[in-house]
Write a protein that binds this ligand. Sequence first.
Ligand code: CP
Ligand code: NVA
Length: 315
Amino acid sequence: MPLLQGNLKGRDLLSLKDYTPEEINQILNLADELKASHKEGNQSSLLQGKTLGMIFQKPSTRTRVSFEVAMFQLGGHGLHLSAADLQLGRGETISDTGKVLSRYLDGLMIRTFAQKDVEELAESADIPVINGLTDLLHPCQILADLQTVREHKGELKGLKLTYLGDGNNVCHSLLYGCAKMGMHISVASPQNYLPAPHIVEEASSMASETGGSVAILLSPLEAVQDADVVVTDVWASMGQEAEQKERLQTFAPYQVNTDLIKRAKPDYIFMHCLPAHRGEEVSAEIIDGPHAVVLDEAENRLHAQKAVLALLMGY
Ligand code: CP
Ligand code: NVA
């Protein structure tokens, strides 16, 4: 498989910031190829005999199942490591955990709170470390999103993607991903919930090299104008449950609904990483309507991650 050739072997995936547009394209191309091959009924042994440890310090449906199935479909094994069952929860250091697990495993996926914990794990581990979501970033989600946009729109460069709502982990990784791929991303969030300035700055500088652009706005109406892709996410992320009520009011004007979406292009697609709250960030009519591609997006977590695992952990 020529798509497996390259320099990704042994690399971590902590942020899309660390990947070039060519490397992201390589992942997306392999993801498409592995998806097609699996649908044809072919078996794969790309990761035969390899084990991925998966540390979860937050809940998950899609990330847990798609990584475990990805390892199985590539001939390897995914080992679920709940934080509650690890000595990590009793004060063993991240560094010792990373060093020890490197003696058993061939790769580590971690979902946690602080991005610096994932970075510390990657520094101490001798094996590839993959970010399965932090408070700051969600790179694996955005690889699946880019694969999904490409499938439905045929290309990425030049498309306008609008993200409405909280300037959170998904928004941050979308900023990097869209900027790297030459897309035009416009984000609209309430004043106190805008994406982190350093990420906006980095994404803007990436976009200036790829022909893309980054616009950060307060007005959802302005942001969604002529969008090819409309994306939203929950208004309160994992760990922010106490703020849920207050956020409901602040974010109400940012709901993706029939009224707002009229401003997007007639052939827009709607994406949401899920889990979704119908009646909050998106109306049921939109997420369950004909423009929504959320199930393709969820499915592509599997294919995009198979590509990442094969490239980072393969023989
Ligand atoms: N989109 C996503 O990461 O879903 P989970 O929280 O279910 O893994
Ligand atoms: N922003 C959400 C994404 C869930 C997949 C969260 O962090 O909870």
